[in-house]
Design a protein around this ligand. Structure first.
Ligand code: HEM
Length: 148
């Protein structure tokens, strides 16, 4: 069971991080050249919000809790002298930031960016911050693999 849960966790991590990398390096430069770029960005944004923010982040949280249960147990979360626990708490903190930034991006700046350069630039900035934070989370996950 623990293998299946970690497998799902990694698949949804690739959907989330890989989706953002694809968006930044492949899709966005193409969409920016389209005559109806604003509508296209809205459509792409809505879909990635559904599968990424709502779908992937929820599954990552739930499978992440199961990972804790199967790999170290929740009681280890109280042992702050353990480097694994410290790294795990940093990972959870970074995850919380990613969730808040995603919601602000998807529900406020994204929809408003259709007619406003300010909102568009803010949406872009938050998207970049989220990408770097998510890569940092993957780095912390790798640290966990080596004991924290
Ligand atoms: C953007 C969100 C997240 C990403 C991209 C992510 C990514 C990953 C990846 C790639 C691994 C596999 C590392 C490995 O075993 O080599 C992993 C493992 C793990 N994740 Fe996450 N994760 C995220 C959120 C979470 C959350 C919210 C939790 C806790 C609620 C969590 C808890 C864990 C645990 C306990 C492991 C096992 C680490 C080990 O090998 O000991 N993750 N994560």
């Amino acid at each position: 069971m623990k293998e299946l849960i970690l497998f799902l966790h990694v698949v949804f991590a690739t959907l989330w991080v890989g989706g953002m990398l694809f968006l930044v390096f492949v899709l966005a430069p193409f969409v920016r050249k389209l005559p109806n770029r604003d509508q296209a960005f809205q459509e792409v944004g809505r879909r990635f919000s559904l599968y990424g923010t709502m779908g992937a982040l929820s599954v990552l949280f739930i499978t992440g809790l199961f990972n804790i249960h199967y790999i170290v147990g929740f009681s280890s979360l109280f042992d702050l002298s353990n480097p694994y626990t410290k790294t795990l708490l940093h990972k959870l903190g970074a995850f919380l930031f990613v969730v808040v930034i995603s919601l602000v991006h998807d529900l406020y700046f994204g929809p408003k960016s259709i007619n406003s350069a300010l909102h568009r630039n803010m949406a872009r900035l938050l998207g970049f911050i989220n990408l770097f934070l998510s890569l940092f989370i993957v780095y912390l996950a790798v640290k966990l693999r080596f004991g924290g």
